[in-house]
Write a protein that binds this ligand. Structure first.
Ligand SMILES: CCCC(=O)/C(O)=C/OP(=O)(O)O
Ligand SMILES: [Mg+2]
Length: 421
């Protein structure tokens, strides 16, 4: 049979980690092993978890005993669970997530398990194709201060963002269905504004409207949005669960890209001793569940995630396949290639940070900002221009300060937020 692999980082001052690994492998699969009669063992073997590796890290001299840990990899027979993310997560980290200082730091999937997932419907390439932009990073802006606003105010704010040359505009994740700006109306006025802006910029534009409401109505709500002309969806995945994203992304009638927002991720990824690593939570699982674009805190903004974690997310969102061809995964010929998801490092991004973003992510990235656009001293349109100028300069290998000498919007952004260069 084939296996899904989970790697944990377990902290314990004196545990026998090999013993612990065996108890995890048995406890989360067949329950008990040594006491079983031989006849039963033969029958249960295919359900038995296997310890793949245990790497113990003893504290260095002078280091606290509490820093002792082991990285433990366990192979779980995929015959033990159904082809859905809840089944996998409950198997590999359900009860175990509550059992002391232990963190899920990696997951890899058997081809059989992956066969249950078609991944992102558009992915990075598909989003680029929709916009007709293949030669540079994309630029996205975020509505700011939307709650309590009337349609006209929203329309105006949308137009100013679009006129600044952004490629995508997203609702803020805290904008829900409300009497002032109901979904269909919001879509109508924003797409009108988009058309008006396109006459100025010549650019196409995606507007990711926030898909909200009760889970049972989400698919219908998405189709209502599409009927109203929506061309992208924003979705607060973690508040609903990965399986809801999977349902939406695999629905053939949902024919527009889905943008995954990381809201609530901070409840799970930050601790080094507990929870789930960002590359799993905001990387592999988002792509597996079918997110076309994935937002996550950048290493340099206001809500910060360590740079190595950002780079790990980038890797798993873009890598050619999520299948780990392991000795235990017999069918290596059916390696599936899920479409790559667009990385969107976010929060506190301003034009001065563009060189860092392109250094870390290259061109396959979406530069995303709310305050960094609306907070521009010369106004929102200038905010978009400043970002486009920063991207152009960086792609040409010109320093922002030099480029700013002939580009006032960029100069003004540097005056306000500086640039680490
Ligand atoms: C990581 C999510 C970022 C987000 O939702 C958001 O609204 C960012 O806004 P700014 O920090 O760019 O103003
Ligand atoms: Mg937001």
């Amino acid at each position: 049979s084939a296996y899904c692999l989970a790697t944990y980082r377990s902290f314990d001052e004196k545990a026998d980690f090999h013993k612990k690994a065996t108890s995890i492998a048995v406890g989360l699969t067949v329950g008990s092993w040594t006491e079983l009669p031989e006849a039963q063992k033969a029958q249960m073997e295919k359900h038995l978890g296997k310890v793949i590796s245990v790497e113990v890290h003893e504290p260095a001299p002078g280091e606290a005993a509490s820093s002792r840990y082991a990285d433990i990899t366990i192979a779980y027979p995929d015959v033990n669970f159904s082809r859905d993310i809840p089944a996998l997560l409950v198997t590999v980290f359900g009860k175990l997530s509550m059992d002391g200082k232990i963190r899920l730091i990696d997951l890899s999937f058997s081809s059989d398990f992956l066969s249950g997932f078609s991944g992102p419907k558009f992915g990075m390439q598909g989003v680029r194709d929709l916009l007709g932009v293949h030669d540079r990073p994309l630029l996205m802006s975020i509505f700011k201060s939307v709650v309590g606003y009337e349609l006209l105010a929203l329309r105006e704010q949308f137009y100013l963002q679009a006129a600044g040359g952004v490629d995508l505009i997203k609702d803020d994740e805290i904008l829900f269905e409300n009497p002032l700006t109901p979904l269909e109306k919001r879509i109508e006025i924003c797409l009108e504004a988009a058309e008006q802006a396109t006459q100025l910029t010549g650019q196409k534009l995606l507007y990711a409207v926030n898909l909200t409401g009760s889970t049972s109505k989400l698919a219908a709500q998405a189709k209502k949005a599409i009927a109203a002309g929506a061309n992208a969806l924003l979705f607060n995945v973690l508040a609903y669960g990965f399986d809801v994203l999977h349902e939406l992304s695999s629905d053939p009638e949902i024919t527009i890209p889905i943008m995954a927002h990381p809201a609530l991720a901070g409840a799970t990824y930050p601790s080094p001793h507990y929870g789930i690593s960002p590359s799993v939570l905001l990387g592999k699982l988002m792509r597996l569940a079918g997110a076309d674009l994935v937002l996550f805190p950048s290493p340099y903004g206001s809500v910060v995630m360590p740079r190595e974690e950002n780079l790990a997310i980038k890797h798993v969102l873009l890598t050619k396949n999520l299948h780990q061809d392991y000795a235990y995964n017999a069918s290596s010929d059916a390696i599936l290639k899920l479409a790559a998801s667009f990385p969107v490092p976010s929060a506190g991004i301003h034009p001065g940070l563009v060189p860092h973003i392109l250094r870390d992510f290259g061109s396959d990235v979406i530069v995303n900002a709310g305050g960094g656009i609306h907070g521009h001293r010369m106004g929102t349109i200038a905010g978009g221009h400043a970002f486009r100028q920063a991207i152009d300069a960086t792609l040409q290998g010109i320093s922002l300060r030099d480029y700013a000498q002939t580009h006032p919007e960029l100069q003004s952004a540097i005056d306000t937020w500086g640039t680490p260069e």
